[in-house]
Design a protein around this ligand. Structure first.
Ligand code: NAI
Length: 331
């Protein structure tokens, strides 16, 4: 039998946490043969609620779940973890300035970076979900210098999956037959959902999405806007932000990273830019990646047209500004 893996979820008493921990305990994230020990962190204010989540995890009698640590102590939470999913953060409240929210999150991610660096298992993989996700991940990277940068990522898989979902709805095909959409850049409304390399499996082979949709106006307009604004549309409908789809996509992100992507398939991950595709090095930017042996690699050599170039640069620009804002909050 496999040794259990320790998975940290911060913000575990929140909405995404509540959807995510049972998925992890059922093997959705790491596989149906991989036992897990869940580490759940939240703040003092949510300590009672966190206890309640732990009680429910026990009550659900998950066969793969070999232990639950529920704590408000960041060191206890981070100790020995193999995977860290960072969902906890300070939300933007009405009337708050961007800089004030950034200051709160920068200080949270700075402290949690140090705790992970000092106490996580070697080679721990980190996924930041909490917004501003790319910049929180960048702060975590900067303040955990001994964690290799290849081990730090942020979630744009939800946006990626939303793009696949929109194509599948439009064409009336199975979402599992659609692949290789790309989310470039920031997990914000400046992201660029790109279908120029996306394909659909049909009875006569794999066909480009553009050829099947035959409506460039929709693909270059409404499709992009729908994916960019989907988070806001969910909030409007549910009066709460997307939680089940965020949790499910976080599982997809880690599963593909650890277990590998299928041959010929790429997915989107926010990772530390090495300058690929002319994206400034030193930003956490969402790229198309393939994963194998527990490591991601940016897909190289995709042709980029002028329309895409502009959108990729605009979202990089926004990330550079966020980075500068984050650094000004540190000063
Ligand atoms: P929520 O407010 O329900 O839960 C957040 C939890 O984090 C709360 O329980 C809170 O007490 C906790 N928390 C706050 N500060 C903490 C700290 N320092 N350490 C540990 N826990 C802390 O929010 P929800 O809906 O679960 O969303 C969580 C985050 O995920 C938000 O920042 C949201 O914007 C982001 N998000 C990101 C998505 C993505 O695709 N990257 C998609 C959807 C949401």
């Amino acid at each position: 039998a496999k040794e259990p893996m320790r998975v940290l979820v911060t913000g575990a008493a929140g909405q995404i946490g509540y959807a995510l921990v049972p998925m992890i305990a059922r093997g959705v994230m790491l596989g149906a043969d991989q036992p897990v020990i869940l580490h759940m962190l939240d703040i003092e204010f949510a300590a009672e609620a966190l206890k309640g989540v732990k009680m429910e995890l026990i009550d659900a009698a998950f066969p793969l779940l070999k232990g639950v640590v529920a704590t408000t102590d960041v060191v206890e939470a981070c100790t020995g973890v193999n995977v860290a999913v960072m969902v906890g953060g300070f939300p933007r409240k009405e009337g708050m300035e961007r800089k004030d929210v950034m200051t709160k999150n920068v200080s949270i991610y700075k402290a949690q970076a140090s705790a992970l660096e000092a106490h996580a298992a070697p080679n721990c993989k980190v996924l930041v979900v909490a917004n501003p996700a790319n910049t929180n991940a960048l702060i975590l990277k900067e303040f955990a210098p001994s964690i290799p940068e290849k081990n730090i990522s942020c979630l744009t898989r939800l946006d990626h999956n939303r793009a696949l979902g929109q194509i599948s709805e439009r064409l009336g095909v199975q979402v599992s037959d659609v692949k290789n959409a790309i989310i470039w850049g920031n997990h914000s409304s400046s992201q660029y959902p790109d279908v120029n390399h996306a394909t659909v499996k049909t009875s006569s082979g794999e066909k480009p999405v553009r050829e099947l949709v035959q409506d460039d106006e929709w693909l270059n307009g409404e499709f992009i806007a729908t994916v960019q604004q989907r988070g806001a549309a969910i909030i409007k409908a549910r009066k709460l932000s997307s939680a089940l789809s965020a949790a499910s996509s976080a599982c997809d992100h880690i599963r593909d990273w650890v277990l590998g992507t299928a041959e010929g398939t790429f997915v989107s991950m926010g990772v530390y830019s090495d300058g690929s595709y002319g994206v400034p090095a030193g930003l956490i930017y969402s790229f198309p990646v393939t994963c194998s042996g527990g490591e991601w690699t940016i897909v190289q050599g995709l042709p980029i047209d002028e329309f895409s170039r502009k959108k990729m640069d605009a979202t990089a620009q926004e990330l550079s500004e966020e980075k500068a804002l984050a650094y000004s909050c540190l000063a």
